[in-house]
Ligand binder design. Structure first.
Ligand SMILES: Nc1ncnc2c1ncn2[C@@H]1O[C@H](COP(=O)(O)OP(=O)(O)OP(=O)(O)O)[C@@H](O)[C@H]1O
Ligand SMILES: [Mg+2]
Length: 229
């Protein structure tokens, strides 16, 4: 039996995709559901004392959500350079092979009823750009038939980043499941206006608000489950 999956993108790098994904998978697992994590390509991995590259995002989510699977199941390509995956792949002569990602993704889906897949960077992130192939992250999302949840920083600049992300996903006919606001400050007039402007302009709901340091995700579990397909 194949599990269901959800893709997490962000309005950019560092907006809190991994942080929020940790809370999502934790919530699912605390509800007794089999929630898992997968990331296709991770760059900026720091080597440990033995020189082994540490896939930070996967390690973080494994820890927060208490995932039992070994780390090698959670991420396919790991590069040390903190640059876009297409460039890290080129530097290391290790191009991202879609067939391999698909295989690892399908395996992860067969092991987990609710698989959360984290993207790299924002939705327009080049994964491969060589003589053989041009592949962006949105191509991968389309080819894996995933719906998308957008993590956005609640602060200044988010109307632009979030609305552009929604419009691009729609142009590519990728289902948008919702938005999560991160680093939200309750009562902040601008952030509350950002939220209502984004909802009005896109018609997409902000499903949860994550504050700095939150250790639980405030979202109805059935609503969360329904984001997966
Ligand atoms: N709500 C939060 N409270 C406290 N720290 C946060 C929160 N959200 C994000 N951070 C911190 O901000 C940094 C960036 O967040 P995170 O790694 O989740 O971003 P990302 O979107 O996954 O980045 P990348 O594009 O590298 O995958 C991390 O150090 C993370 O711990
Ligand atoms: Mg991340």
């Amino acid at each position: 039996m194949m599990g269901k999956a959800l893709f997490i993108t962000g309005t950019g790098t560092d907006v809190g995709k991994t942080y929020v994904t940790g809370l999502i998978v934790r919530k699912l697992r605390q509800a007794g559901l089999n929630g898992g994590y997968y990331k296709a390509a991770l760059s900026g991995a720091v080597p440990d004392a033995n020189g082994e590259l540490q896939p930070g995002d996967a390690l973080y989510v494994k820890h927060v959500a208490e995932i039992e699977e070994p780390i090698r199941n959670l991420v396919t390509y790991v590069y040390p350079e903190a640059v876009s995956p297409h460039l890290a792949a080129e530097i290391n002569h290790r191009p991202i092979d879609f067939k391999r990602v698909k295989k690892d993704f399908e395996r992860a889906k067969s092991r987990n009823d609710y698989l959360t897949m984290e993207g790299s960077g924002g939705i327009i992130c080049p994964l491969r750009w060589d003589n053989q192939q041009h592949m962006l992250l949105d191509d991968l999302v389309k080819r894996l038939h995933l719906g998308v949840l957008i993590v956005a920083d609640a602060g200044l600049g988010t109307i632009n980043g979030t609305v552009l992300t929604v419009e691009h996903l729609r142009a590519r006919e990728i289902p948008v499941r919702g938005i999560i606001f991160n680093k939200y400050i309750p009562g902040d007039i601008m952030q509350d206006d950002n939220a209502s402007m984004i909802e009005e302009m896109t018609g997409v709901k902000i499903l949860a608000y994550v504050k700095k340091g939150d250790t639980e995700l405030d979202i109805d579990i059935d609503m969360l489950k329904n984001l997966y397909a």
